[in-house]
Design a protein around this ligand. Sequence first.
Ligand code: F1P
Length: 615
Amino acid sequence: MAGSDWTCSLSTMREWESPDYEPSLPISEKSNPLTRDIDRASATCIVRMLQASDAQMFQEGTGTTYKRLLSEQVVETLMEVAKRVELILEDPQDSLVVLSGCGTSGRIAFLMASSFNRALRELNKSPVYSYIIAGGDKALLSSQEAPEDDPRMGMLSLKRVCEGKRRVLFIGISCGLSAPFVAGQLDFCLQHPEVFTPVLVGVNPTHQARDEPIPGCTFTFRSVVQRMQELAKSQKAFLVNPAVGPEAISGSSRMKGGSVTKILLEVVLSAAHAATFTNTSVTYMGILQHMRAYEKTLDITYAQEEGISALLEAAGRSLRRGGRVCYLGWGSLAATGLIDASECIPTFGADYNDVRGFVSGGYRELNNNEGPLISLGPDFCIAHEDFLRLALPSLSDLDAVLLVYTHSDDVCDVVKLARRVREKTSNLHAVYHQVDGDTAAAVQQNDINKVCLSSLRISWPPPASRSLLHMQWELSTKLLLNAVSTGAHVLKGKIYQNHMIDVQVTNSKLYGRATRLLRKLSGCPEHRCEDALLKAIYRVDELTADISSSDINTHTLAARNRTKVVPLALVCLLTGRSLQEAETHLERQPVVREAVEACLSPSTRRGVIVARPRT
Ligand code: F1P
């Protein structure tokens, strides 16, 4: 199945839609049948699997199952939300559109608020968009999973941003319909309907919204959603929650979840801008056409299967040998690189130096609420100058460097930096976007090609609109870099089947996911899995009464500075070894997949696929 001839049938594409498929899990947490064997796949097959998984975003529904991206109901809701944004753009006095989320959802909120405020500035209009990310701006570049569990902090941050406003359209993003931070904000909106109209964006159906009690609250995410559903009947609240299929790496909502959030928000905000500033009314066809442009974006991007596979191989090789992967980005693509890199830390348990992103213009270009964050340490140094100062001196052929730009950027600057990098490493690659027939930067591109080991050109038909083209370039870059960083970590052995086994257990959602994963891979009952998880978190062979009686918040706080928690718990469960022995075992075999498989006797292989060589 994972061989070099990997293809997928329509029934595999649709298997997750069956009511019998992992029925206890919401879609955002299910494992994708397409990628079951991704941990043993070649680079090319990984790319094909990711392409098939991304293609599920645009798959039409079969009528009886879930609402999809292109479903009538979704398109109609997007039209209504766009009209609400239009009202604010027409009369922005004391009004605001707030976009908010945790982790990737907050990062997309930031990107959207920034780029649409920039569009307003170019028209000499004042900004109307604000973003909130749980944990503040440092969460744009680093993993801050704990604030996600804090509904009060969510509510307070929203209150602060909206002080004195008379009309606010609040767009809360939680792919899993699960983050208490966002639930707190939506609840606040529902309590103040005279000011707030709440919109919820996610990728689970409403009945799969999280129903776990939130400490200190009378509501759950699901009960908030139910109140919104009531109000949605009179268009006082909106729910935009198409199903796009499980993530290629289970629960990794930075991938499709992030992409679909970007698509939905760009469609809404672009339609509102066109209606306000170019007199183009919001229409069903207009929304649909914009969506189709993104579908085309997937085709154009993945047509470069060979080039993407080569990049993924190069990045995987670097990571396997202890080297680094650096993205050097220009223009709006640079932030995409920065975000992709920062997400590797919580997703794969990576070190911050493993994959790093640098932005031409640094914080000036990023233009985030809190300004430069360099005082937080070297991992918050993001400008190309920082790369030259901190990374370049120690760069070698072990490290892979990717230049990410478009031919609308300062290509002369790309040439200059490429030459400097080439003095240190030959492992230099270019990824660039260009409009068909545009030869303005041909000479510089030629110079870049000369110093790069590979150059991946993604060529686009002349656009109907410049802004649409930029949105397509950004999505294309997101897909490509997600593929490179995910694939490289798969090749490094960080993924087990299609699960992030080395996931950090730093909030309640991730705690639940870790326990479920242990159950699935060990076959042990839930209470034993949770005990093993706690022992790995607290590094004890016996649980004290203190530990057993503490709540999940305390556990996730304790897990903050721990590494390899889930792999350790799994080795203990599978082998009955002490923590110390399990630690030694994992030290000897840092490839988590192989370390775990080495512990499996045939009798413990329940639910676990036997290792085969990578094909
Ligand atoms: C928010 C989020 C993810 C992140 C991780 C923890 O999820 O921070 O972005 O990758 O899984 O949760 P959601 O609220 O958008 O579902």
